[in-house]
Structure formats: structure tokens, C-alpha cells
Design a protein around this ligand. Structure first.
Ligand code: ZN
Length: 105
């Protein structure tokens, strides 16, 4: 998995292609991610305390991690991500085009 929670990513395939959003949740086992504002699905729900009206709610559904690309905060575009190991043995992700560190994962 190249993306982690709170990354800003670009969707590169599927219906939401071209959309940018923040990663809200990752499912490493399924290699899926939920991206804010991307891939809304309609859900029919019963009335509940949380949702007293019931009816149809829209929420984001997970998309496959291979459909998103990390956006480099410096280049402000989809980055090719490399990994480097720092002196303190910490692994960080870097943007291959500008070398900017993109936080650890
Ligand atoms: Zn960059």
C-alpha cells in the first residue's frame, strides 16, 4: 500500500477519475481506500436514532488502492513514490520527481 490515512490522492481510473480527495480510511487487507468525496453510493437505511429519517443516505464506498495516486504536496500533482530509509532506519516515502518527503508509512 502506497497510501495512508490523510494522504491527498488523485483518482486515476474509474468513474471518479480526475478527482482529488483526502484518504479517510484504508483497508490494507483488501488494498482498498475510502477517499473523501469520491465514489458515492446510495444506501437505503432504516430509521435509527442516529438517522431518524431513515431513507437513502449517500456515502463514500472504498475503491481499489491501485486507482489512486499520491499527490506530492510540493509538485502538487500525482507523484511517483519512492521509498528511502533514513539514518534512523525509518522508512519514508519520497516524491521521485522533486525528492520531497511525503511522510512515513
Ligand atoms: Zn514532488
Amino acid at each position: 500500500m502506497k497510501v495512508v490515512k490523510n494522504d491527498t490522492v488523485l483518482v486515476v481510473s474509474g468513474n471518479s477519475r480526475g478527482k482529488k480527495g483526502k484518504v479517510l480510511k484504508v483497508f490494507p487487507k483488501d488494498e482498498r481506500v475510502i477517499v473523501e468525496g469520491v465514489n458515492f453510493i446510495k444506501r437505503h437505511t432504516r430509521k435509527s436514532q442516529k438517522n431518524p429519517q431513515g431513507g437513502i443516505i449517500e456515502r463514500e464506498a472504498p475503491i481499489h488502492a491501485s486507482n489512486v495516486k499520491l499527490i506530492c504536496s510540493k509538485c502538487n500533482k500525482a507523484a511517483r513514490v519512492g521509498r528511502v530509509v533514513l539514518e534512523n532506519k525509518k522508512r519514508v516515502r519520497v516524491c521521485r520527481s522533486c525528492g520531497e518527503m511525503l511522510s512515513s508509512s
